[in-house]
Design a protein around this ligand. Structure first.
Ligand SMILES: Cc1cc2nc3c(=O)[nH]c(=O)nc-3n(C[C@H](O)[C@H](O)[C@H](O)COP(=O)(O)OP(=O)(O)OC[C@H]3O[C@@H](n4cnc5c(N)ncnc54)[C@H](O)[C@@H]3O)c2cc1C
Length: 470
């Protein structure tokens, strides 16, 4: 039996899961349910009544069909690396997609992959054949379906947009159990809704990902900046002229002992920045012109390497990336309008809680807006974008102290015209969701009604209706 409740606030109903058990392999023992009750954020706990690990796309369809008839919630989970319970359910069925991880042959510069495959597995597969996905997230242990459902930014997004912009076709099971193929030409509404759609309209089972040819060698230049305006000037330059394959920047607090002791504001009130610029090449690199026109930074060093190492490189194992189960991750990520971005970023950083761990990763990236084309990936207006992420890993007992300040940072980002990235620590009410999607909101409601008419997919995160009066 399955108790259906809570995510939607609806009263508890009891649903007999015997027909589902007869149709697919499921676990409803305490151990299986417990393992699927927490995500990378470790701020929200929700325990499913049953976990289905599909062995085929048909298993997904059978599960959604059952849930649709029984009107019971289904949470879709990839690697569970989101941080606000986006892939969890209290009392519903959890679809653990990680068993669907087959990868096909590369054809016409693209590869078909099942949604539960990790990007690590996909990279290994295509790299051996001289290709790479155009955009990779810092953690490769997330699933293709998971990042296509949030967007997926990476150090090459200034060139190629989000991962969700580099997919040609998807196969998905809608909330009414229809299995549909979608692309820009076929079922375009579903294609628009599902990319960046947080599993709200359909469960992705397969994607056709575009690839790019990778050159064998890379050189990375590291530049240090004391001043954010100088960093942003140089970042804008390299993003505009597209001269590097990867552009990434990190912000470090200036942990001057005395200031810290006197606890005068956030450790990030004073800071410095490092920008890494990576170029990919074959043969000899004419390095003379690589940094031409960049004036604001000091060259810290140059590293040569093999392009094979880039996706697995040291930048990807920073403190924010540690999946330490004893720590919570209330990540605040967003995209700001470019105008006045330096001042705005500095303001948010200075307002971070004073006892935030000094190893909190803070990432800054810039991109041209015209590289992005995923409707559900909300972005501020303007030609240029300023991506910004504060990625703390904190002891659970520190949360009560730190969360209000981190949430205030999130509110500051949106008050500045920014848009939050939806895999992080977010708890929006109905009005905030409407503001987040802006002009797209009526279409979001339309897609929900037409693809998931009974509201069974991932209920509770996006609040489609105002809360009833208390
Ligand atoms: C260490 C670390 C580094 C990260 N680095 C980056 C980064 O560089 N860039 C970036 O953009 N993000 C980054 N993220 C965020 C991460 O990419 C997103 O949280 C992503 O959604 C995680 O994928 P997942 O497989 O864990 O998905 P989950 O967390 O399991 O799911 C995320 C959302 O997608 C939905 N979903 C999952 N699978 C499917 C499917 N098959 N069909 C439909 N919906 C589905 C879920 O219901 C949920 O709403 C990082 C996260 C971590 C923890």
């Amino acid at each position: 039996m399955l108790n259906v409740e809570s995510d939607t606030g609806a009263p508890v109903r009891v649903v007999d899961i015997a027909p589902l058990r007869a149709a697919v392999a499921l676990r409803d023992d305490d151990e299986g349910r417990e393992a699927a009750s927490i995500d990378f954020g470790r701020l929200v706990r929700k325990t499913p009544r049953a976990v289905v690990k599909p062995r085929s796309p048909d298993d997904v369809r059978r599960t959604v069909d059952f849930a649709c008839r029984a009107r019971c919630p289904v949470a879709v989970r990839g690697a569970g690396h989101s941080q606000a319970g986006q892939s969890l359910t209290d009392g519903g069925i959890l679809l653990d997609m990680t068993g669907l991880d087959r990868i096909g042959e590369i054809r016409d510069g693209a590869v078909r992959v099942q949604a539960g495959a990790t990007w690590r597995k996909l990279v290994r597969h295509v790299q051996a054949r001289g290709y790479l996905p155009p955009v990779l997230t810092t953690s490769l242990d997330v699933t293709v379906g998971g990042t296509l459902s949030t967007g997926g930014f990476g150090a090459s997004s200034h060139r190629y947009g989000a991962q969700s912009d580099n997919v040609d076709e998807l196969v998905a099971v809608a909330g009414d159990a229809r299995r549909l193929r979608c692309s820009r030409a076929e079922n375009p509404a579903l294609f628009d809704g599902v990319r960046g759609g947080l599993g709200q309209f359909a469960v992705i089972t397969e994607a056709r990902i575009r690839l790019r040819r990778a050159l064998p060698r890379v050189r990375t230049f590291f530049l240090a900046y004391d001043d954010i305006e100088a960093l942003l000037r140089d970042q804008r330059q390299v993003v505009s002229d597209d001269r590097f394959e990867y552009v990434a920047s990190t912000c470090f607090p200036r942990t001057v002992g005395l200031a810290r002791l006197l606890a005068r504001g956030s450790p990030f009130a004073e800071r410095r920045y490092v920008m890494s610029l990576t170029t990919e090449f074959d043969g000899e690199l004419d390095a003379g012109g690589a940094l031409a026109g960049l004036r604001g930074g000091r060259l810290l060093g140059v590293e040569d390497g093999s392009a094979r190492d880039v996706p697995f490189g040291p930048d990807r194992s920073g403190p924010g990336n540690r999946d330490d189960r004893s720590l919570a991750h209330p990540w605040i990520e967003g995209i700001l309008p470019w105008r006045d971005a330096g001042r705005r970023v500095a303001e948010v950083l200075a307002g971070l809680p004073r006892d935030l761990p000094t190893d909190t990763a803070v990432l800054l990236w810039s991109a041209r807006r015209d590289r992005f084309g995923t409707p559900m990936l909300a972005l501020p207006a303007g030609e240029m974008l300023m991506g910004f992420a504060v990625l703390p890993a904190v002891k659970p007992e520190a949360l009560a102290r730190l969360l209000p300040g981190l949430e205030a940072a999130g509110r500051r980002l949106t008050a500045m015209g920014g848009k939050r990235y939806l895999s992080g620590w977010i708890d929006y009410d109905h009005e905030q969701w409407r503001d987040h999607f802006g002009e797209l909101w009526p279409r979001v409601l339309e897609w929900k009604a037409s693809f998931d008419p009974h509201g069974i997919l991932n209920p509770g995160f996006i609040r489609y209706r105002p809360a009833p009066p208390a």
